[in-house]
Write a protein that binds this ligand. Structure first.
Ligand SMILES: Nc1ncnc2c1ncn2[C@@H]1O[C@H](COP(=O)(O)OP(=O)(O)OP(=O)(O)O)[C@@H](O)[C@H]1O
Ligand SMILES: [Mg+2]
Length: 388
């Protein structure tokens, strides 16, 4: 037996303790905790979180949001943390506001309301019922890149909807990988965002080790994993091209463990990890695939297939389109009409690279690694399609 509880390695699992993110949680507290003393007088706090891929931004926000909500309830304040992620919940403004209202106050939801009306109704309802929100808007950089609409302006000015009355939204946390999206914002949006993001530096090897050590306890049987193996994974994870993405480290642990288990081994060894490293690539993690819509997965599968067939690093949109038709037939799915849109979305998610309409490829994978990687990728996506 290798595993005790595989779920503990899943990207959706939120651990109780987050080693090496104590300072960031403390900073978030320093901005927001006071508002719980007298929430009806509190000003809307707008915060930004910035850090590279897999540096713990999302998990820290979720953990903090949960603690904040618990503390509010302890003080008899009716508060809810609402987490919004455009990669998961939809990438248009109206869809996200609908999601926000359904999470925060489903009783006032109406599909007839416009985006502006949804926010106004929401704030009035919160004021009437004496309820409060903390909103986390994750992946704002993806939203800004992908959509021409603006949400920052609306959300940072919720306090102007009924001046003189409590805002009822105590804080908004915007999260992004870098400040590059600032270039696309206008001056008003930039100034409401504030100049000082809370930084999440990429994890060092030692930090990755501590994080994994804390997580493997629940996931693996006592002797199924050794410090040697963890150190090896931590070294791979903290160096280029992974650069500290803990998500990759967790994928490595899961797949190496599965491999060891299939071989009937008693413990995971470095050789298991090495085999998995050779067949995976950090540019596309399981979570990326999990977050895609079915159409997104089908188009990605078509790209992988087309690349494999062409034995090249790039294929054209035309080839993708024809491969996509075949994939849809194979899985008995409806034909996808908006292939270009899906291809653009995959590029906005940094999963693929569009050099031009005739050269579309998968980001950051060398030609030699591509074949092996594509096989594995096709498997992973196929499992995703079959499941959904
Ligand atoms: N300090 C930590 N302790 C335990 N697990 C962690 C820690 N930091 C990150 N993780 C885990 O690593 C994975 C990636 O973290 P997370 O999703 O928060 O990264 P992120 O910074 O939001 O990345 P992205 O920019 O890609 O969204 C998650 O499964 C998370 O649970
Ligand atoms: Mg994230």
């Amino acid at each position: 037996m290798i595993f005790k509880d595989k779920e503990k390695l899943s990207p959706r699992y939120i651990p109780e303790n987050l080693p090496h993110r104590e300072d960031q949680i403390k900073t978030l507290k320093s901005f927001l905790w006071n508002s719980l003393q007298n929430p009806s007088k509190a000003l809307l706090q707008v915060l930004q979180i910035m850090g590279d891929v897999g540096s713990g931004k999302t998990v820290t926000t979720l953990r903090f949001g949960d603690e904040f909500q618990k503390e509010a309830i302890r003080r008899k304040i009716n508060l809810k943390h609402v987490y919004i992620n455009p990669k998961v919940h939809g990438s248009s403004r109206i869809i996200l506001y609908r999601y926000l209202v359904q999470e925060a106050a489903p009783e006032i939801f109406s599909a007839n309301l416009s985006a502006e009306e949804l926010l106004i109704e929401l704030i009035r309802h919160l004021q009437r019922t004496n309820r409060y929100l903390l909103i986390s808007f994750d992946e704002i950089d993806y939203f800004v890149k992908h959509s021409k609409e603006s949400v920052i302006y609306d959300l940072t000015r919720l306090n102007e909807i009924s001046p003189g009355r409590p805002t009822c939204v105590l804080g908004i946390i915007f999260t992004a990988r870098s400040t590059k999206f600032h270039e696309k914002l206008d001056r008003a949006e930039l100034s409401t965002l504030g100049a000082f993001p809370i930084r999440f530096d990429s994890y060092s090897s030692k930090e990755v080790f501590d994080i994994l050590e804390a997580r493997v306890g629940g996931a693996f049987q006592p002797r199924a994993i050794t410090n040697d193996v963890l150190e090896y994974i931590a070294d791979i994870t903290s160096s280029s091209p992974v650069n500290g993405d803990v998500r990759y480290a967790l994928d490595l642990l899961l797949y190496s463990g599965t491999l060891a288990s299939n071989e009937g081994a008693e413990a995971v060894n470095q050789e298991h990890v090495r085999k998995v490293v050779n067949a995976t690539h950090p540019s596309i993690t399981d979570e990326d695939i999990l977050n895609l819509s079915e159409k997104g997965r089908v188009v990605l599968l078509a790209i992988a297939r087309a690349l494999k067939r062409a034995k090249s690093s790039y294929v054209s949109l035309r080839e993708i389109r024809s491969t996509c038709g075949i994939v849809c037939e194979e899985y008995r799915l409806k034909k996808i009409d908006e292939i270009e849109e899906q291809v653009q979305d995959l590029a906005d998610r940094d999963i693929i690279d569009i050099k031009s309409l005739t050269s579309i490829g998968i980001s950051g994978v060398s030609t030699e690694a591509l074949e092996r990687f594509l096989d594995k990728l096709v498997d992973r996506i196929r499992i995703g399609i079959d499941k959904s």
